[in-house]
Ligand binder design. Structure first.
Ligand SMILES: Nc1ncnc2c1ncn2[C@@H]1O[C@H](COP(=O)(O)OP(=O)(O)OP(=O)(O)O)[C@@H](O)[C@H]1O
Length: 193
């Protein structure tokens, strides 16, 4: 039997380090174990979108107030609409008996550290910047300037990860299956342990 080392995990790492790939494997092997936090937005719901399921649709004044009160882990504005993840949205996942995994960047990690959530922090590290560059180009989803921006940000993320206590666990994503085993070992602990 296994149980989780925590109910909340933060997974971070440079763009292209393999976070989505690893999470996809995890969620498909354990379809009922993990839950997703529902974000807030001030944009209008699109057809078919359900309040509380796709997003918490809220008005701008309320969201600005709650952000100021420190109720959000992070928030950002895109095309005039605010988006963000509230602390309560993460706690709700846990209250439903699910493990919440937050896939966030370094700024997000630092923001979570200011909250009372107390997750375990996992960093997905590429074997080298050269390999990261190859994977980012191979993915074919970014234009050249976006790739260069991501590589510059990656250097900062790698530096931050080397600081003591930045992360609880660093997973080097060289061989994917090996990295996936490391991820499972970071999340699940043997009950007899
Ligand atoms: N161990 C691996 N070996 C080879 N290729 C890999 C490995 N892990 C991931 N990749 C490939 O690297 C690319 C980037 O991976 P992925 O999209 O999962 O990164 P990400 O960390 O989620 O990036 P972003 O933060 O930009 O969403 C993908 O094309 C993926 O298939």
């Amino acid at each position: 039997m296994t149980k989780a080392a925590s109910q909340i995990f933060v997974l971070s790492g440079p763009s292209g380090s393999g976070k989505s790939t690893l999470l996809k494997k995890l969620f498909s092997e354990y379809p009922d174990t993990f839950g997703f936090s529902v974000s807030h937005t001030t944009r209008q719901p699109r057809q078919g979108e359900e309040n509380g399921k796709d997003y918490h649709f809220v008005n701008k004044d309320d969201m600005i107030k709650e952000v100021a009160e420190g109720k959000f882990i992070e928030s950002a504005t895109f095309s005039g609409n605010m988006y963000g993840t509230s602390i309560k949205a993460v706690q709700d996942v846990v209250a439903r008996g699910k493990i919440c995994v937050l896939d966030i960047d370094m700024q997000g990690v630092q923001a979570v550290k200011q909250t009372t959530l107390n997750p375990r922090y996992i960093f997905v590290q590429p074997p080298s910047l050269e390999t990261l560059e190859k994977r980012l180009r191979g993915r074919g989803t970014e234009a050249e300037d976006a790739i260069l921006n991501r590589l510059a940000a990656s250097r900062r993320e790698l530096e931050y990860a080397q600081q003591p206590n930045a992360y609880d666990r660093i997973i080097i994503n060289d061989d994917l299956n090996r990295a996936y085993e490391d991820l499972k070992n970071a999340i699940f602990v043997s009950e007899s342990a």
